[in-house]
Design a protein around this ligand. Structure first.
Ligand code: NAD
Length: 459
């Protein structure tokens, strides 16, 4: 263990020395690193797809669309805007400082730790990294050990493309991460479960290190009869079936009336048949569950309601078919734990207001999905529910818009990123007031000096 401590100390020390050298303050260095990262994705698409297929049986199309393209797009966006982002801001002044100048400088924090989760193992580690680089930080990247093939690929490729002193990859599981977290970082960006998020926060507290926590939970979906059922069901099932439901922003459960439920289930049966055929297990377009342990967990949920579609489980093959459950109880496990698999339970509610109450009686969601063409209902959900984000009449797609900050609230997380929000996350805004010795300004400010009197209270 002592050896490992020495190793982690060295890793952080190396990054800190690199930061102190001022190398990352140079915007052209940052741009060059961002370009190198983009090149890494472009030149290694096959290697990343292979690793993702090994870890999760991820179809190539999903790997490209939801991991690599997203990363490349983000880098294009950052490279096009970084010169604008890094400029110091100015602000209006007050009466006392009317002749003076205010500035807000954008300081990098220093050495940041980025810890990713296994479900989108490239994107969740490396999307925050682009923000850290753009803002001028050094970074230690800790991919999830659960998606080990992808972790190895990241560890092999990053040193070939990025500056080896500023950006380092550390691999390992719980014990290694526990040791790593004992080091002093200037910022920690964590993606994963709320349970581990608390461990990360505890570790960060030792040095009062600021953190962003991108966590999970249940993302509810309300649907009513005003929708185009064919389009709505396709969008919802796509959101639930990509990555076999192992998506932090997958719609977790559906709230609707009994009548809407019947139409929804009929249409879902038709769509799933069209997409995956009679034997979804043989479809190349469905991922596998990450581990046998998670298959066992998901299989338990099937006991919590009536299976109307799917319900096929094979532990050895890490397989759970796209499944719809009805007649579930709000107190059951499937309705109280984050599902993180291709199982969609439907709960009946009598009105949109009952749905709002149901959601508000639980932890704040990471995302709230709402399928309705009724603008009053849309407004009622927007105004009355605290959630990380809302996507109306689709699922997941809001995640791809660079200018929409992405993050949770309460149990689903704190802080946000994507586009400019990533740059802001890894930036300390340092306020600065520059005064001069202007005599008039000094006369205005003179009242502050003793001896005090009642009349010099206001300027
Ligand atoms: P995980 O097991 O891959 O863990 C995430 C990270 O925490 C990894 O780097 C892992 O090594 C580390 N870790 C795990 N246990 C630890 C411990 N005891 N001490 C220190 N470090 C530890 O991922 P997970 O937690 O199973 O991920 C699934 C969860 O992540 C779900 O709740 C999901 O909703 C959430 N998630 C959130 C987002 C988001 O963007 N908000 C994205 C993906 C996943």
């Amino acid at each position: 263990m002592a050896e490992k401590m020495t190793h982690y100390e060295q890793v952080v020390h190396k990054a800190r020395e690199a930061f102190m050298s001022g190398k990352t303050k140079d915007v052209s260095f940052r741009k060059q690193q961002l370009k190198a990262l983009k090149l890494m994705y472009e030149e290694n698409e096959a290697a990343f797809c292979k690793a993702l297929a090994k870890d999760l049986n991820k179809p190539k199309q999903e790997s490209i669309l939801l991991e690599l393209n997203l990363l490349i797009d983000d880098l294009r966006h950052s490279l096009a805007r970084i010169d604008e982002w890094v400029k110091p801001e100015t602000t209006p002044t007050n009466i006392v400082t009317i002749f003076d100048k205010t500035l807000i400088f954008h300081d990098p924090y220093g050495v940041v730790l980025i810890m990713g989760a296994w479900n989108y193992p490239v994107q969740l580690c490396l999307l925050p990294l682009s923000g850290a680089i753009a803002a001028g930080n050094c970074a230690i990247i800790k991919p999830s050990e659960v998606s080990s093939a992808t972790a190895e690929t990241i560890a092999e490729l990053i040193p070939k493309y990025l500056d080896n002193e500023c950006f380092q990859v550390v691999c390992g599981g719980v014990s290694e991460t526990t040791e790593l977290l004992k080091q002093r970082f200037d910022y920690i960006f964590y993606t994963g479960s709320p349970q581990v998020g608390k461990i990360v926060r505890d570790a960060a507290n030792k040095y009062l290190t600021p953190t962003t926590l991108e966590l999970g939970g249940k993302s509810p979906l309300y649907i009513d009869e005003s929708v185009d059922m064919d389009i709505a069901v396709r969008r919802i099932l796509w959101g639930k079936c990509i990555n076999a439901g192992q998506t932090c922003i997958a719609p977790d459960y559906v709230l609707c009336s009994k009548q809407v439920q019947n139409k929804f289930v009929d249409k879902a049966r038709e769509v799933l048949q069209e997409w995956y055929g009679d034997d979804p297990k043989s479809s190349p377009d469905l991922c596998r569950i990450v581990s046998e342990k998670h298959v066992e967990r998901l299989a338990e949920y099937l006991k919590d309601g009536k299976v109307v579609i799917g319900g096929d489980v094979n532990k050895e093959e890490k397989w759970v078919s796209p499944t719809i459950l009805v007649d579930v109880s709000p107190k059951s496990k499937v309705m109280t734990e984050e599902i993180f698999g291709p199982i969609l339970p439907i709960m009946n509610v009598d009105s949109p207001y009952d749905a709002i109450k149901f959601i508000n009686d639980r932890d704040h969601p990471l995302c709230l999905y709402l399928c309705t063409s009724n603008s009053e209902i849309q407004q009622a959900f927007i105004e009355n529910i605290s959630t990380g984000s809302i996507c109306i009449n689709d699922c997941i797609v809001h995640f791809s818009i660079h200018d929409l900050p992405f993050g949770g609230v309460g149990n689903s997380g704190m802080g946000c990123y994507h586009g400019k929000a990533s740059y802001d996350t890894f930036t300390h805004r340092k306020s600065c007031l520059v005064r001069n010795y202007n005599k008039i300004a000094d006369a205005i400010g003179k009242k502050r000096y003793p001896p005090y009197s009642e009349k010099n209270m206001n300027f």
